[in-house]
Design a protein around this ligand. Structure first.
Ligand code: ATP
Length: 235
Protein backbone atom coordinates (compact mmCIF):
# COMPACT_ATOMS: atom_id res chain seq x y z
CA UNK A 1 0.00 0.00 0.00
CA UNK A 2 1.41 3.33 -1.03
CA UNK A 3 -0.91 5.51 1.04
CA UNK A 4 0.70 7.06 4.11
CA UNK A 5 -1.87 9.47 5.52
CA UNK A 6 -5.57 9.67 4.93
CA UNK A 7 -7.76 12.34 6.43
CA UNK A 8 -11.48 12.03 5.82
CA UNK A 9 -14.25 14.37 6.81
CA UNK A 10 -12.11 16.10 9.43
CA UNK A 11 -13.92 18.67 11.58
CA UNK A 12 -12.09 20.63 14.28
CA UNK A 13 -13.72 23.24 16.51
CA UNK A 14 -12.55 25.81 19.04
CA UNK A 15 -15.46 25.84 21.49
CA UNK A 16 -18.55 26.28 19.37
CA UNK A 17 -16.66 27.64 16.37
CA UNK A 18 -15.77 25.18 13.64
CA UNK A 19 -12.38 26.09 12.11
CA UNK A 20 -12.05 22.99 9.90
CA UNK A 21 -15.25 21.81 8.26
CA UNK A 22 -15.05 18.30 6.93
CA UNK A 23 -11.84 18.24 4.93
CA UNK A 24 -10.43 15.15 3.24
CA UNK A 25 -6.90 14.74 1.95
CA UNK A 26 -4.30 12.06 1.42
CA UNK A 27 -0.55 11.68 1.16
CA UNK A 28 1.28 8.82 -0.52
CA UNK A 29 4.68 7.55 0.57
CA UNK A 30 6.56 9.38 -2.17
CA UNK A 31 4.78 12.70 -1.96
CA UNK A 32 5.17 16.26 -0.84
CA UNK A 33 1.71 17.68 -0.27
CA UNK A 34 1.04 21.32 0.45
CA UNK A 35 -1.82 23.21 2.07
CA UNK A 36 -2.33 26.80 1.03
CA UNK A 37 -4.92 29.37 2.02
CA UNK A 38 -5.19 32.85 3.45
CA UNK A 39 -4.88 33.72 7.13
CA UNK A 40 -7.41 31.88 9.22
CA UNK A 41 -8.26 29.33 6.50
CA UNK A 42 -7.57 26.46 8.91
CA UNK A 43 -4.12 25.26 7.79
CA UNK A 44 -2.45 25.19 11.20
CA UNK A 45 -5.58 23.74 12.79
CA UNK A 46 -5.53 20.87 10.27
CA UNK A 47 -1.86 20.11 10.98
CA UNK A 48 -2.43 20.18 14.74
CA UNK A 49 -5.34 17.76 14.44
CA UNK A 50 -3.22 15.40 12.31
CA UNK A 51 -0.46 15.33 14.91
CA UNK A 52 -2.95 14.98 17.77
CA UNK A 53 -2.43 18.40 19.36
CA UNK A 54 -6.11 19.22 18.81
CA UNK A 55 -9.00 16.75 19.06
CA UNK A 56 -11.08 15.92 16.00
CA UNK A 57 -14.73 16.81 16.46
CA UNK A 58 -15.57 14.31 13.75
CA UNK A 59 -13.90 12.55 10.87
CA UNK A 60 -10.99 10.15 10.71
CA UNK A 61 -7.21 10.29 10.48
CA UNK A 62 -5.32 7.17 9.37
CA UNK A 63 -1.55 6.88 9.28
CA UNK A 64 0.29 3.91 7.84
CA UNK A 65 -3.00 2.06 7.60
CA UNK A 66 -3.87 2.57 11.29
CA UNK A 67 -6.73 4.69 12.64
CA UNK A 68 -4.96 7.32 14.79
CA UNK A 69 -7.93 9.67 15.23
CA UNK A 70 -7.87 9.44 19.02
CA UNK A 71 -4.23 8.49 19.54
CA UNK A 72 -2.16 10.72 21.88
CA UNK A 73 0.43 13.01 20.25
CA UNK A 74 3.42 11.14 21.73
CA UNK A 75 2.12 7.85 20.34
CA UNK A 76 1.93 9.50 16.93
CA UNK A 77 5.54 10.67 17.35
CA UNK A 78 6.52 7.07 18.06
CA UNK A 79 4.83 6.15 14.77
CA UNK A 80 7.28 8.63 13.25
CA UNK A 81 4.96 11.49 12.55
CA UNK A 82 7.11 14.59 13.13
CA UNK A 83 5.64 18.08 13.35
CA UNK A 84 7.67 21.28 13.12
CA UNK A 85 5.23 23.94 14.31
CA UNK A 86 4.94 27.51 13.13
CA UNK A 87 7.41 29.67 15.02
CA UNK A 88 9.96 26.89 15.39
CA UNK A 89 9.85 26.27 19.17
CA UNK A 90 13.41 25.23 19.81
CA UNK A 91 14.50 25.05 23.45
CA UNK A 92 16.30 28.39 23.77
CA UNK A 93 18.31 27.56 26.91
CA UNK A 94 19.68 24.29 25.52
CA UNK A 95 22.57 24.09 23.11
CA UNK A 96 22.07 23.31 19.48
CA UNK A 97 23.45 19.82 19.97
CA UNK A 98 21.13 19.18 22.94
CA UNK A 99 18.17 20.33 20.85
CA UNK A 100 19.15 17.99 18.01
CA UNK A 101 19.56 15.05 20.40
CA UNK A 102 16.07 15.65 21.80
CA UNK A 103 14.69 14.75 18.40
CA UNK A 104 15.88 11.16 18.89
CA UNK A 105 14.15 10.61 22.23
CA UNK A 106 11.99 7.82 20.85
CA UNK A 107 15.06 5.88 19.65
CA UNK A 108 17.56 3.66 21.44
CA UNK A 109 20.00 2.85 18.61
CA UNK A 110 22.91 4.91 19.96
CA UNK A 111 25.33 4.32 17.12
CA UNK A 112 22.73 5.21 14.49
CA UNK A 113 21.73 8.30 16.51
CA UNK A 114 25.36 9.48 16.55
CA UNK A 115 25.55 8.89 12.78
CA UNK A 116 22.33 10.81 12.24
CA UNK A 117 23.63 13.78 14.27
CA UNK A 118 26.68 13.85 11.98
CA UNK A 119 24.34 13.59 9.01
CA UNK A 120 22.39 16.63 10.25
CA UNK A 121 25.68 18.51 10.65
CA UNK A 122 26.50 17.65 7.02
CA UNK A 123 23.12 18.92 5.96
CA UNK A 124 23.40 22.09 8.08
CA UNK A 125 27.09 22.95 8.58
CA UNK A 126 26.14 26.09 10.52
CA UNK A 127 24.60 23.90 13.22
CA UNK A 128 27.88 22.03 13.60
CA UNK A 129 29.84 25.25 13.89
CA UNK A 130 27.51 26.49 16.60
CA UNK A 131 26.74 23.20 18.29
CA UNK A 132 27.78 24.38 21.78
CA UNK A 133 25.85 27.63 21.46
CA UNK A 134 22.47 28.20 23.12
CA UNK A 135 19.68 27.79 20.57
CA UNK A 136 17.97 31.00 21.71
CA UNK A 137 20.91 33.07 20.47
CA UNK A 138 20.51 31.94 16.86
CA UNK A 139 18.74 33.82 14.06
CA UNK A 140 15.23 32.87 12.97
CA UNK A 141 16.56 31.02 9.93
CA UNK A 142 19.07 29.07 11.96
CA UNK A 143 16.38 28.15 14.47
CA UNK A 144 14.24 26.91 11.58
CA UNK A 145 17.10 24.69 10.41
CA UNK A 146 17.50 23.41 13.95
CA UNK A 147 13.79 22.66 14.29
CA UNK A 148 13.88 20.70 11.00
CA UNK A 149 17.08 18.88 12.02
CA UNK A 150 15.51 17.93 15.36
CA UNK A 151 12.43 16.56 13.58
CA UNK A 152 14.61 14.62 11.12
CA UNK A 153 16.36 12.94 14.05
CA UNK A 154 13.20 10.92 14.66
CA UNK A 155 13.65 9.44 11.15
CA UNK A 156 10.12 10.56 10.30
CA UNK A 157 7.81 8.63 8.03
CA UNK A 158 6.00 11.95 7.55
CA UNK A 159 7.44 15.38 8.21
CA UNK A 160 4.87 18.10 8.87
CA UNK A 161 6.17 21.63 8.35
CA UNK A 162 4.10 24.68 9.25
CA UNK A 163 5.25 27.77 7.33
CA UNK A 164 8.97 27.04 7.45
CA UNK A 165 9.87 30.18 5.48
CA UNK A 166 7.74 32.58 7.50
CA UNK A 167 9.57 35.71 8.60
CA UNK A 168 12.86 34.68 7.02
CA UNK A 169 15.18 36.77 4.86
CA UNK A 170 15.44 35.85 1.15
CA UNK A 171 18.83 34.28 1.84
CA UNK A 172 17.44 32.13 4.63
CA UNK A 173 14.43 31.17 2.49
CA UNK A 174 16.94 29.80 -0.04
CA UNK A 175 18.52 27.71 2.72
CA UNK A 176 15.12 26.30 3.72
CA UNK A 177 14.34 25.55 0.05
CA UNK A 178 17.64 23.67 -0.28
CA UNK A 179 16.74 21.74 2.85
CA UNK A 180 13.35 20.80 1.42
CA UNK A 181 15.03 19.63 -1.80
CA UNK A 182 17.45 17.51 0.19
CA UNK A 183 14.67 15.98 2.29
CA UNK A 184 12.74 15.25 -0.90
CA UNK A 185 15.80 13.56 -2.40
CA UNK A 186 15.86 11.34 0.70
CA UNK A 187 12.24 10.36 -0.08
CA UNK A 188 10.88 11.58 3.24
CA UNK A 189 7.23 12.54 2.63
CA UNK A 190 6.31 16.08 3.66
CA UNK A 191 3.07 17.82 4.51
CA UNK A 192 3.85 21.48 4.05
CA UNK A 193 1.87 24.58 4.90
CA UNK A 194 3.10 27.57 2.92
CA UNK A 195 1.64 30.95 2.15
CA UNK A 196 4.35 32.90 0.42
CA UNK A 197 7.19 30.90 -1.06
CA UNK A 198 5.98 29.69 -4.42
CA UNK A 199 9.14 27.63 -5.01
CA UNK A 200 8.29 25.54 -1.95
CA UNK A 201 4.68 25.03 -3.04
CA UNK A 202 5.86 24.03 -6.54
CA UNK A 203 7.78 21.11 -5.04
CA UNK A 204 4.48 19.55 -4.00
CA UNK A 205 2.90 16.79 -6.02
CA UNK A 206 -0.49 18.03 -4.85
CA UNK A 207 -1.69 21.28 -3.33
CA UNK A 208 -4.91 21.57 -1.38
CA UNK A 209 -6.29 25.10 -1.24
CA UNK A 210 -8.33 25.91 1.85
CA UNK A 211 -10.80 28.67 2.37
CA UNK A 212 -12.63 29.18 5.68
CA UNK A 213 -12.11 25.63 6.80
CA UNK A 214 -12.92 23.88 3.53
CA UNK A 215 -10.90 22.55 0.60
CA UNK A 216 -11.91 24.58 -2.42
CA UNK A 217 -9.38 23.30 -5.00
CA UNK A 218 -6.78 20.64 -5.54
CA UNK A 219 -3.92 21.72 -7.79
CA UNK A 220 -0.69 20.30 -9.15
CA UNK A 221 2.23 21.96 -7.36
CA UNK A 222 3.93 23.02 -10.56
CA UNK A 223 0.83 24.92 -11.65
CA UNK A 224 0.97 27.24 -8.63
CA UNK A 225 2.56 30.49 -9.78
CA UNK A 226 2.74 33.83 -7.93
CA UNK A 227 -0.35 34.90 -9.92
CA UNK A 228 -2.34 31.80 -8.99
CA UNK A 229 -1.44 32.32 -5.35
CA UNK A 230 -2.37 35.99 -5.44
CA UNK A 231 -5.68 35.32 -7.25
CA UNK A 232 -6.48 32.64 -4.79
CA UNK A 233 -5.94 34.90 -1.78
CA UNK A 234 -7.77 37.82 -3.27
CA UNK A 235 -10.81 35.97 -4.61
P1 ATP B 1 -2.53 31.53 9.45
O1 ATP B 1 -2.03 31.50 8.06
O2 ATP B 1 -2.92 32.91 9.89
O3 ATP B 1 -1.68 30.79 10.42
P2 ATP B 1 -4.35 29.27 9.32
O4 ATP B 1 -4.88 28.94 7.97
O5 ATP B 1 -3.24 28.42 9.83
O6 ATP B 1 -3.98 30.79 9.39
P3 ATP B 1 -5.72 28.57 11.72
O7 ATP B 1 -4.65 29.11 12.62
O8 ATP B 1 -5.85 27.13 11.59
O9 ATP B 1 -5.58 29.22 10.29
O10 ATP B 1 -7.10 29.20 12.21
C1 ATP B 1 -8.35 28.81 11.65
C2 ATP B 1 -9.46 29.54 12.39
O11 ATP B 1 -9.51 29.11 13.75
C3 ATP B 1 -9.29 31.05 12.45
O12 ATP B 1 -10.56 31.63 12.31
C4 ATP B 1 -8.74 31.30 13.82
O13 ATP B 1 -9.10 32.58 14.29
C5 ATP B 1 -9.36 30.20 14.64
N1 ATP B 1 -8.49 29.80 15.75
C6 ATP B 1 -7.21 29.36 15.65
N2 ATP B 1 -6.71 29.06 16.87
C7 ATP B 1 -7.70 29.31 17.76
C8 ATP B 1 -7.82 29.20 19.17
N3 ATP B 1 -6.81 28.74 19.92
N4 ATP B 1 -9.00 29.55 19.74
C9 ATP B 1 -10.04 30.00 18.99
N5 ATP B 1 -9.99 30.12 17.65
C10 ATP B 1 -8.85 29.79 17.05
Amino acid sequence: MNQLLEVSGLCVAYGGIEAVKGISLSIDKDEIVSLIGSNGAGKTTTLRAISGLLPCKSGKVSFQGKDITTLAPDARVRMRLAHVPEGRHVFPGLTIEENIKLGSYTRYDRKAIADDIEDMYQLFPILKERRKQQAGTMSGGEQQMLAIARAMMSRPELLILDEPTMGLSPKMIEVVLDTLREIRSRKTPILLVEQNTVEAIQMATRVYALRVGEIVSVLAGESVTEEVLKDFYLS
